[in-house]
Ligand binder design. Structure first.
Ligand code: PLP
Length: 388
């Protein structure tokens, strides 16, 4: 494999990392290797042994994700974002506290709660934007002891709260806790948590990194070889490994990450500005809006503000459902980060946090023409207001 200069810009690394070596006649793209096992005798050494432990089909993507997060080590590919999340949650010491955003992705919170219910310990759910509250939760007086893991999602899904990652990671380190950042929303183009002090980054590759809503995959990345070994061991034992086709397709999607994110981010900000103050809109949230409570922090810590915004139409949950039925171009669907724009009323999911408003629609902006997206949204707002 070629190893591009790690100082190249992330947009370049997304294209250049994880390519086969440049021997005469070598393919430009990595081959898909369809083999569950490898020839091997005696005591296994460094060779490929069995495709649940390691396989060539993951390596180019792992190389590229590691380069994008500036880890200095390849990432680890998982069968889904949740498989990567589960492996990272296993870094918490059993019986201790996990500090996590109360608006983290709902399955992440479920997994953390299930783990502590099974093995002891607690999940302390915090407002991740409130740095003092998060720091206090790392070493509180509740008898459950200090936290061994700080989980950060920033911006959060779906409330779009923005965390002060450098301050929180420094506080966690001082308290003896590891910091994991779910970087799915921002992507490595928007923020690089390892450089801001985090120990591990996880991704739902399903979303922006792969970018086409055609596969499920996850990744975990760290600059610490010992942590990487623990995550790798967890993946091998848990068996939540991706198939070779998915890994290949995800890398193909990753090649256009910068173009997709540039376009969708610009459109998200434009749409958020138009919706802000619109007569049929009760509230809009996007870290790029000056009125967002952590706008300054996002401007300081992020490159761009992401491609997700939230919208609460006038008329409550019924209007939000009507809007979802009225859109023709936007796709009413869960998930996010695809080339196609999509939207979802999150509280239709029973497990969503009760502090997420009933009428909140999460909009994932894709790469279509922004005027077409706007026209469709406006007609749907009017249809919802008219009770259609
Ligand atoms: N993290 C975040 C922020 C997500 O939005 C999601 C999925 O929606 C996940 C993790 C889980 O990823 P996957 O669906 O690929 O398992």
């Amino acid at each position: 494999m070629t190893r591009p200069d790690p100082d190249l810009s992330p947009a370049t690394l997304a294209v250049a990392a994880g390519r086969p070596g440049r021997a005469q006649g070598a393919p430009v793209n990595p081959p898909v290797v369809l083999s569950s096992t490898y020839v091997s005798t005696g005591t296994p050494g460094a060779e490929m042994l069995y495709a649940r432990y390691n396989t060539e089909s993951w390596l180019p993507l792992e190389e590229a994700v590691g380069a994008l997060e500036a880890a200095g080590l390849p990432g680890l590919a998982f069968a889904s974002g949740m498989a990567a999340v589960e492996a990272a949650l296993h870094l918490a010491t059993p019986g201790t506290a996990i500090v996590a955003p109360r608006h983290a992705y709902l399955a992440t919170l479920t997994a953390a709660r299930e783990r502590t219910a099974r093995e002891g310990g607690v999940v302390r759910e915090v407002d991740i934007a409130d740095t003092d509250a998060v720091v206090a939760a790392l070493t509180p007086d509740d008898g459950a002891g200090p936290a061994s893991l700080l989980w950060i999602e920033s911006p959060t899904n779906p409330m779009l709260e923005v965390a002060d990652i450098p301050a929180l990671a420094a506080a966690a380190r001082a308290a003896g806790a590891l910091t994991v950042v779910d970087n799915t929303f921002a992507t490595p183009l928007g923020q690089r948590p390892l450089a801001q002090g985090a120990d591990v980054v996880v991704h739902s590759v399903t979303k922006y990194l792969a970018g086409h809503s055609d596969l499920l995959m996850g990744a975990a990345v760290t600059a610490d070889p010992a942590l990487r070994d623990r995550l790798h061991a967890r993946r091998t034992t848990g068996g939540a490994v991706p198939g070779p086709w998915e890994a290949w397709l995800a890398l193909r999607g990753l090649r256009t990450l910068a173009l997709r994110v540039e376009r969708s981010q610009a459109s998200a900000l434009e749409l958020a500005r138009r919706l802000d103050g619109h007569p049929l809109v009760a509230a809009v949230s996007h870290p790029g809006l000056r009125g967002h409570p952590q706008h300054e922090r996002a401007a300081r810590l992020m490159d761009g503000f992401g491609s997700i915004l939230t919208l609460r139409p006038r008329g409550g949950g019924a209007a939000a459902d009507a809007l979802t039925r009225a859109v023709r171009l936007w796709v009413p669907a869960t998930s996010l980060g695809g080339v196609e724009s999509s939207l979802e009323r999150r509280r239709r999911l029973p497990a969503e946090a009760p502090t997420v408003p009933e009428d909140l629609l999460r909009l994932s902006v894709g790469i279509e023409d922004v005027e077409d997206l706007w026209a469709d949204l406006e007609q749907a707002l009017h249809a919802a207001a008219a009770g259609r």
